[in-house]
Design a binder for this molecule. Structure first.
Ligand SMILES: [Zn+2]
Length: 237
């Protein structure tokens, strides 16, 4: 295809802008849906589940403690009643019966007190675990939100950069020959449309051209837009 050296240079400029646009778009995609975010958000969900589990464990041991305290209170009330009965009875036989009941109540009380102590220890552990999980989750949440806001700033910067590039591209495209632009767009849809010939290497496919192909290219007049025999990209000499 015929194209002046200036037109060829302009098209190469357009190709550079399109390359920048494509890089900018992938950077934008990576910053909003990047692997780091996917990983952090998934960890955040795991931690929320851990926190619920820790809270449930704590609630369940607290309920256990309430029940143990109620059991202990009942036994203590019965002991108090028995002591009143013991002090008011005149019957030696009744006194003996009450005494033996009191002994068994004391044993029960001692067992319940031991159980209560064990539950208290369990509760302390559950509370420590809950505090631990909560602190870890809070730290992680703060990290994620910090990363999100710094990412937001980066995204804003990338977006405004992209806007500028799009404007620049429109300007560059407007001064390009219509037919040449159509050819460029067609080639762009399949890959790199235009590139520089670097000594003997095509800037698009990076394949080194053979001596014959190179000689053919150089034999063409300067206003002939040549193409790479390997990848069909337009080549600017
Ligand atoms: Zn090529």
């Amino acid at each position: 295809m015929k194209a002046s050296v200036q037109q060829q240079q302009d098209l190469l400029g357009l190709g550079d802008i399109d390359l920048e646009i494509s890089r900018s778009k992938s950077a934008l995609g990576a910053s909003t849906n990047g692997a780091a975010f996917v990983e952090l958000r998934s960890r955040q969900r795991d931690m929320a589940a851990d926190l619920i589990a820790a809270r449930n464990a704590l609630d369940s041991v607290a309920l256990e403690l309430t029940r143990a305290e109620a059991d202990l209170e009942l036994v203590e009330q019965r002991i108090a009643k028995d002591l009143v009965r013991l002090n008011s009875t005149n019957s030696a036989k009744d006194a003996q019966g009450i005494q033996s009941e009191l002994e068994s109540l004391q044993r029960r009380k001692s067992d319940l007190e031991d159980a209560e102590l064990a539950i208290l220890e369990k509760k302390e552990l559950a509370q420590a675990n809950f505090d631990d999980v909560l602190a870890t989750k809070n730290t992680h949440d703060a990290e994620l939100s910090e990363l999100e806001s710094s990412n937001e700033a980066a995204v804003l910067k990338l977006r405004s950069g992209l806007d500028l590039l799009v404007t620049k591209r429109a300007q560059q495209a407007s001064k390009t020959d219509v037919e040449l632009l159509a050819l460029y767009e067609k080639k762009l849809a399949r890959g790199t449309a235009v590139a520089k010939l670097n000594i003997n290497e095509c800037g698009a496919c990076r394949i080194g051209l053979g001596a014959t192909a190179l000689a053919e290219i150089h034999a063409k007049p300067a206003d002939e837009f040549v193409t790479c025999p390997e990848c069909q990209a337009l080549l600017v000499r």
